[in-house]
Ligand binder design. Structure first.
Ligand SMILES: NC(=O)c1ccc[n+]([C@@H]2O[C@H](COP(=O)([O-])OP(=O)(O)OC[C@H]3O[C@@H](n4cnc5c(N)ncnc54)[C@H](O)[C@@H]3O)[C@@H](O)[C@H]2O)c1
Ligand SMILES: C[C@@H](CO)CCC[C@@H](C)[C@H]1CC[C@H]2[C@@H]3[C@H](O)C=C4C[C@@H](O)CC[C@]4(C)[C@H]3CC[C@]12C
Length: 380
């Protein structure tokens, strides 16, 4: 295999949910690159086989919180897309660790860019750098200019906000040799699509309750969602255009959006799960909010009691309840205006792909069960 003389892109967190879609997207749609360096703590070996005559996919095992690892990965590259992050709003990981990966890791990427002369950095931020806040202020069809009472307390949104600030402040700084560093930040809302871990959890949970989902959140609460393929596409375009129009994109933030419908978190999930025979029970929440909140508090208490023995991190806690119960939706065309972004996948296509993936999970689970049953039969 020969690598051409195109650009070298580094994708940190390239083996994750978004990262792996991004690597595939770059391979398919970015003609100007000859090497993609996939930097991750946990490597997905299957990505290696994506190399082709034009582009080499190089897997690099490293820790974003170690400057030496990052420096080495960036050496001789042209652009970094920094998606690596610890995504945890359940208390699975200590706050100090989240900070180390999300904030120190980003500092390291910036430092390595400066030392290695890598001029362009696209950062994957999150809607969570804005909200929803825990006061329950709704952000209804807002855009990048909408005023909002930003209030961060939880380690994950706090770390993403700090990291984004660092990235934006670094835009325009002079690097070794006089070159300038250009940065921009993309803020996805809740990403969905093939490989979405939380969707797998809801699906598994629903199978246990006979394909019944129990409504907990009022259907009028809108939660912004965006298809992973469109988030990846937006990263590709931002990376391309940051190099062509650095003064337009540099230092800017962009919400990630597409034509996915505005719905509550639960109703949105049902768009896919109902195609697999799942039913939503209740047109209104089955449990009053204060009971749900007590349950969420109880989970926090149990987490604290049990933390010496194991990590108890259920989906529901006061923070996830607050996020799910507060409207946060975006309506903007800033990315279209600044870099010509239009969703690559229409809603119907995104939905079809996500349903196909969920159905494939069912087939896989059934196969596993069958193998298990055969195994039992042999042993008995
Ligand atoms: N999933 C969402 O709904 C969502 C929404 C908005 C923003 N985001 C952001 O998108 C990005 C990708 O999220 P995702 O959902 O794909 O998460 P993910 O957990 O699937 O991917 C993150 C990747 O980062 C890697 N990583 C973690 N710690 C690392 C370290 N110390 N060194 C190197 N690599 C490390 C992980 O191994 C993983 O492959 C994150 O920055 C996240 O904050 C996600
Ligand atoms: C009360 C439950 C009954 O079914 C539903 C709880 C749902 C929550 C677990 C999720 C609701 C909104 C999600 C978050 C949102 O989509 C955006 C995010 C930003 C991203 O950067 C990280 C993930 C997340 C915080 C995401 C996490 C899960 C929810 C809180």
């Amino acid at each position: 295999m020969t690598a051409g003389s195109g650009q070298v892109y580094v994708v940190t967190g390239g083996c994750g949910f978004l990262g792996s879609h991004l690597v595939r997207m770059l391979l398919e749609h970015e003609k100007n690159i000859s090497e993609i360096r996939v930097f991750d703590l946990h490597l997905d070996e299957s990505l290696r086989s994506l190399s082709n005559n034009r582009v080499r996919v190089r897997l690099i095992s490293g820790d974003i919180s170690h400057l030496d690892d990052v420096r080495e990965a960036l050496h001789g590259s042209h652009l970094v897309i920094h998606t690596a992050s610890l995504v945890d709003v359940w208390g699975r990981v200590p706050a100090s660790k989240i900070n180390e990966v999300n904030v120190t890791g980003t500092e390291n990427v910036l430092q390595a860019c400066k030392e290695e002369g890598v001029q362009y950095l696209v950062y994957t931020s999150s809607m969570e750098v804005v909200g929803p806040n825990i006061h329950g202020d709704h952000f209804y069809r807002g855009n990048e200019e909408t005023e909002y009472r930003i209030y961060h307390k939880e380690p994950y949104p706090l770390s993403k906000a700090k990291a984004e600030k660092l990235v934006l402040e670094a835009n325009g700084t002079k690097m070794k040799g006089g070159k300038m560093l250009y940065t921009c930040s993309l803020r996805p809302t809740g990403i969905y699509g093939e490989g979405h871990e939380l969707m797998k959890k809801f699906h598994r949970q629903g199978l246990r309750t006979g394909r019944c989902m129990f409504r907990a959140i009022p259907p009028a609460i809108e939660h912004g969602r965006v298809y992973v393929g469109n988030v990846a596409w937006m990263h590709l375009l931002a990376a391309r255009q940051l190099q062509i129009h650095p003064s337009t994109l540099g230092g800017q933030v962009y919400f990630c959006y597409d034509s996915s419908p505005y719905k509550s978190y639960e109703d949105f999930n049902m768009e896919f799960l109902s195609a697999c025979g799942f039913k939503m029970i209740g047109s209104r929440p089955l449990v009053p909010y204060f009971l749900l909140y007590l349950l969420a508090l109880l989970n926090t208490l149990l987490q604290w009691v049990l933390h010496r023995f194991f990590i108890y991190a259920p989906i529901l806690n006061p923070y996830t309840l607050a996020v799910a119960s507060t409207t946060f939706t975006v309506q903007t065309d800033k990315a279209e205006k600044h870099f010509g972004y239009r969703p690559l996948y229409a809603w119907e296509e995104a939905k079809k792909r996500t349903i196909t993936w969920i159905k494939s999970l069912e087939v896989r689970e059934k196969d596993l069960k069958d193998v298990g049953a055969k195994g039992n039969y042999c042993c008995n």
